[in-house]
Design a protein around this ligand. Structure first.
Ligand SMILES: C[S@@+](CC[C@H](N)C(=O)[O-])C[C@H]1O[C@@H](n2cnc3c(N)ncnc32)[C@H](O)[C@@H]1O
Ligand code: SF4
Ligand code: SF4
Length: 432
């Protein structure tokens, strides 16, 4: 009997471990079983029988086939639900990517454009009239990302739904079975956007919509009247279509009671996640002197009062709950601007490459080990004596922003600066 996976899988190497992605699920394996499991998965391409796989590995590792058989059968049993058997060769593919010497990201955040019909008071990007990604170049870059192991793409902006070719990009991602998320203000809601949402039904897409308060607050923050009404229509449409909807609320000076009322409305219309974020003091929030406040208390109270099995409240940081380890920015996650600059995360303005100039793999050969070994600011150690620790809350981008705004940050001085100074000066720079 030939043996293979039920569906196409992506097998991706990284230093000290490897991942494989089956459908929308990811599995990762640590060093101990790394090499053997990696080799077994490579051979589970539907072209071999179990005996052929055992024989192949027994020769490769110069081990008796009895010992190899046990390892192979144990491993296959551990992933039995994903495996298919047939008397004929199976057609499914194992796509191999990554490297055991350096990381390549699996999650890319793509800013399609810095154009936006809104002028939010706090927008870190200063979005409004801005740059837009060249469509032909973007297609080529996305194809490369997919080839080198990106499995999840977030489309954002500015406003992603004003990008003329967003539908073509989404068609391309659906065809490549990439998991898609879209971050939007929900303000642009026209027949084309409805058609795009309809295409995303049953594709496990996450739509993150910004909603910062009830009517007056939201319209005031977003600087355009009628925004609240439109965004609620958009949210309801996405919920009706059974897409997973998360709402992002950025806390400026909203009272708890208002955020509570908002969260309750969202829960009642079928939103799945309410994400409460704090301000990053950059762009218009800096110009408008809008300061970061810690949102943990708001979140813990909302959790107690409103969470159900189908509705969760979280801080943006809880989305990535590991406090001590690095969040992955710059090596597992990257952000690309409309001019193809690559930054380590959505709010970082450290530029680690540009896909107009650089080769994808060169960027990560050069930088990913710097980012993977970078310690993040941690409240109980490097930040312990800093009065900003509540605001920064273990986030590297907050530390960088604090340093840029005040010239002071112990974490930046001790960890970030030496790390980025190790880059080639011609290849790395921070925006002025
Ligand atoms: C830059 S916007 C892009 C997508 C879309 N235009 C929107 O507003 O959702 C992405 C998210 O960043 C949030 N945001 C903007 N400026 C921010 C700042 N200075 N600090 C924290 N979050 C901010 C927005 O409220 C929004 O939820
Ligand atoms: S936060 Fe979003 S909607 Fe507001 S100006 Fe920035 S990009 Fe536009
Ligand atoms: S400013 Fe720097 S040292 Fe202070 S809490 Fe933020 S990251 Fe830590």
């Amino acid at each position: 009997m030939y043996i293979g996976f039920k569906d196409e899988i992506l097998l991706k190497q990284a230093p000290n471990c490897f991942y494989f992605y089956f459908g929308k699920q990811s599995y990762s394996f640590s060093t101990e079983i790394n090499e053997t499991a990696f080799q077994i998965i490579k051979l589970l391409n539907g072209q071999f029988t179990i005996n052929e796989i055992i024989e192949n590995l027994s020769i490769r590792y110069n081990e008796p086939s009895k010992a190899v058989r046990e390892k192979v059968l144990n491993f296959i049993n551990s992933i039995a639900a994903l495996i298919d058997y047939s008397e004929h060769r199976l057609k499914n593919k194992v796509i191999n990517s990554g490297s055991n010497e350096y990381y390549t990201p699996h999650f890319a955040i793509i800013e399609l454009t810095h154009n936006c019909p809104l002028r939010c008071k706090h927008c870190f990007l200063n979005a409004g009239l801005g740059e837009t990604a060249d469509f032909n170049k973007l297609k080529t870059v996305i194809q490369k990302m997919i080839k080198f192991g990106i499995v999840n793409i977030q489309l954002t902006g500015g406003e992603p739904f004003v990008y003329s070719e967003i539908e073509e990009i989404i068609d391309m991602l659906i065809a490549a079975k990439i998991s898609i998320s879209i971050t939007t203000s929900g303000f642009v809601f026209n027949p084309k956007v409805k058609r795009i949402i309809d295409k995303l039904v049953d594709k496990k897409t996450l739509i993150q919509v910004s909603l910062d308060g009830l009517k007056n607050t939201h319209d005031e923050i977003r600087q355009v009247k009628g925004t609240y009404k439109k965004v609620l229509e958009f949210i309801k449409y996405c919920v009706e279509k059974k897409l997973t909807v998360a709402i992002a609320t950025t806390i400026i000076d909203q009272e708890y009671e208002e955020v509570f009322q908002l969260s309750k409305i969202l829960r009642d219309i079928g939103v799945r996640q309410h994400r409460i974020g704090s301000i990053i003091e950059l762009g218009r929030s800096k110009e408008n002197n809008i300061k970061t406040v810690n949102v943990e208390k708001i979140v813990s109270n909302l959790k107690k009062e409103l969470e159900t099995e189908t509705f969760i409240v979280q801080t943006q940081e809880n989305i990535n709950p590991c406090k001590e380890c690095n969040c992955g920015s710059g090596f597992k996650i990257i952000k690309m601007s409309p001019n193809f600059d690559i930054n380590p995360c959505i709010i970082s303005d450290t530029i680690i490459g540009n896909l107009n100039i650089d080769d994808w793999q060169e960027i990560f050969k050069r930088n990913s080990n710097v980012f993977s070994s970078l310690k993040r600011p941690f409240r109980d150690s490097i930040c312990i004596d800093c009065d900003k620790k509540e605001q920064c809350n273990n986030c590297m981008a907050q530390g960088v922003a604090q340093y840029q705004n005040t010239g002071e940050c112990a974490w930046y001085e001790k960890y970030y600066k030496p790390a980025i100074l190790s880059f080639d000066k011609d290849l790395y720079y921070e925006r002025a």
